[in-house]
Structure formats: C-alpha cells, structure tokens
Design a protein around this ligand. Structure first.
Ligand SMILES: N[C@@H](CCC(=O)N[C@@H](CS)C(=O)NCC(=O)O)C(=O)O
Length: 328
C-alpha cells in the first residue's frame, strides 16, 4: 500500500511534502504532474500541486499543511510535531510564515531577472510536458514565463516591494546560518513541520540561478542544510523543550514580528474593508499588494490555535519576541 504524491520538481510545496514523506519513511510514488496526468486523475478541487492520493481508497487531497496534519493522524512514528506544545505551536507559526512569506522570496527571485525567468520557465515545461524539444519547448516556456511574470504584482513581487523581500531573504539566511550544521534542525536534532516549510521554499531558491549563487557564496552551510533535508529518512534525533530552545527560534519569531505578522494583520484588515491594496511599512520600508483571501484564513487559524493552546511558556516567548500583540 503506497501513497502517491503528484507534484512538480519546481514546486516548493511539492518539495515540502516529498521531504516529509521521506523523513517519515512512508512508502510513496512520486508522480510528476503533466496536463495528461491532471486530466486523468479527475480531481474537482483547486487545480494546485501537490496532491496526495491515499493508498486505501484512492482519494485525492490538497494543501500541504492539512496534508502534513493528516499524516500525523494516520501515523505516529517519526512525527514532525514537537512534543512540547509550545514548540508545536511555534513550529506551526514558522511553517505558516515559510509557506506564505518566504514564498514571496521564491517567486520574486524566480521571475524578477531575465536569467532566472529563462531558466525557471524552461525547467517547469521540461518537467511537466514530456517529449517537448527545441522550438516547441521554447514557445511553451515563453508562455509560462509571460503568465508567471504577469502574476507577480498579485503576490506582491513588484519593484516597490523588492527591497523588503530581498532584505528579508538575507535576514532569514543569516538566522538559519546561526545553527545550520549536520543533523541540527530548528526544534532539535530531528526536523519539524517548520523545517519542511522552509525547506520547500529554500530548495527552490537553492536551485534557481540568482538565489542559488547568493546562498552558495554567502551561507554555504544553509545551502548544504537545505540539500540534505531533501531526504532525511536516516535521521534519528530528539526534540528540544521550550526552555532549551535555540536562539534561532527567538530570531525567527522576531523575524515573523517584523515582516510576516504585520503583513497578515494588515491583509486581514484590508480584506475586511474590501480595499484594493494592503499598504504598510515593514522594517522601515513601504510594502503593498492586493489583499489575499487565503492569508486571511492563515491569520485566523494562528489566532484560534493560540487561543486554544495549553502550552506553558508559549505566551512569554511570543510576547518577548513581539509576536503576541499580533496573535491575540
Ligand atoms: N497552500 C497550498 C499551495 C499550493 C500551491 O500554490 N501550489 C502551486 C505550485 S507550487 C500551484 O499549484 N499553483 C497553481 C498554478 O500555478 O497554476 C499548499 O500548501 O499546498
């Protein structure tokens, strides 16, 4: 009985799920999505990847965070949820930030410069359209390139926001560089959901040309950490308790309080008022984009989870890193 994971080599959320399945030692087939495969699987839900097919009934499911939690309900060994409930919440918060904020770095670097547009568009088509070569491949790559570049403003990847996005990328790398060595992860010596959320986005950044060069030259230890996390099925580690947490956790939470949480709050407010733009200042620089409905859901989920959490030490850590004010 094997799972089937449908995804793409250049899709960060697909990489995240594949990394989780490897770490959890769950048997699965990796199936590269193509237009033909998509037509054949007949999934009525949102047309996104990754999709996970359950072995027992063939049902298909999407959205990597609920998918990871579904695997937690189904399998107890090699869980990616830290046992300390405060650490479990922090892992969910950092994962959410990776999925929704680090993805802006991924999309920005992927589609900003011509050299990256050319590589990424060709790679996506080469993976998802078997048999295409030469002119036909170049034409299809140009079409996806045009489509993705036209979507940049929708997710905030604009010239105006470029300094905030690039600065936050460098800050994130420097936080990770504070601990990234062999077999060390954010919450201990075994990887958590947060590590896999970061991994998905960073794996893509570490293979696209410009961010790959930044990572290899400025933080080679982080580059190597990401490379190894692709398959961590051999790792046997321990969790830290909240009292023993790494300083990188507090740094990451300050990072969330500087960039992601102010954005989430402003996004929810702008969405509620049906405004066209979320506009705010992040780390002293202006940032704006159209409101994003999915991220309204992310924000209320984080608040509800905190309101329900019975987690000694959690509120203190969130308060001293500046996160609590956004989450209560
Ligand atoms: N929240 C979803 C996001 C999935 C997602 O956005 N996937 C992208 C690829 S990485 C996609 O399929 N986009 C549809 C498209 O580009 O047409 C998750 O965590 O799985």
């Amino acid at each position: 009985m094997r799972y089937q994971l449908y995804g793409g080599g250049g899709s960060p959320y697909s990489q995240k799920m594949r990394g989780i399945l490897h770490y959890r030692r769950l048997p699965f087939d990796w199936i590269q999505i193509t237009p033909g495969v998509r037509a054949e699987i007949k999934h009525d839900g949102p047309p996104v990847i990754p999709l996970l097919r359950l072995p027992e009934d063939g049902s298909l499911h999407v959205d990597s965070t609920p998918l990871a939690m579904l695997l937690e309900e189904r399998h107890s060994q090699r869980s990616i949820v830290p046992t300390d409930p405060a650490m479990a919440y922090l892992s969910l918060l950092i994962e959410d930030m990776a999925d929704e904020w680090v993805t802006k770095m991924m999309f920005h670097y992927r589609w900003d410069l011509a050299i990256d547009q050319a590589y990424s568009s060709r790679q996506i088509i080469s993976d998802n359209t078997p048999g295409l070569r030469g002119e036909a491949l170049a034409k299809a790559a140009q079409a996806i390139r045009d489509r993705q570049v036209s979507r940049m403003p929708l997710v905030g990847c604009t010239p105006q926001n470029k300094p905030v996005i690039e600065r936050s990328f460098h800050e994130l790398l420097s936080i990770l560089d504070g601990f990234a060595t062999r077999d060390e992860y954010l919450f201990g010596t075994r990887p958590a959901l947060a590590d896999f959320g970061l991994f998905g986005q960073l794996k893509t950044l570490a293979s696209d040309h410009t961010p790959m060069m930044i990572m290899r030259t400025s933080v080679p230890s982080v580059y190597d950490w990401v490379r190894r996390l692709e398959d961590s099925s051999g790792i046997e580690g321990e969790w830290h308790s909240i009292a023993e947490r790494r300083t990188a956790i507090d740094d990451m939470l300050r990072f969330c309080a500087t960039y992601y949480l102010p954005f989430l709050q402003a996004n929810a407010e702008a969405f509620a008022k049906a405004e066209d733009q979320v506009s705010l200042s992040l780390a002293g620089q202006s940032y704006s984009q159209p409101p994003f409905k999915y991220q309204v859901k992310c924000y209320s989920r984080l608040k509800t989870l905190l309101a329900d959490a019975k987690a000694p030490g959690l509120r203190e850590v969130l308060a001293h890193t500046g996160c609590l004010a956004f989450l209560e």
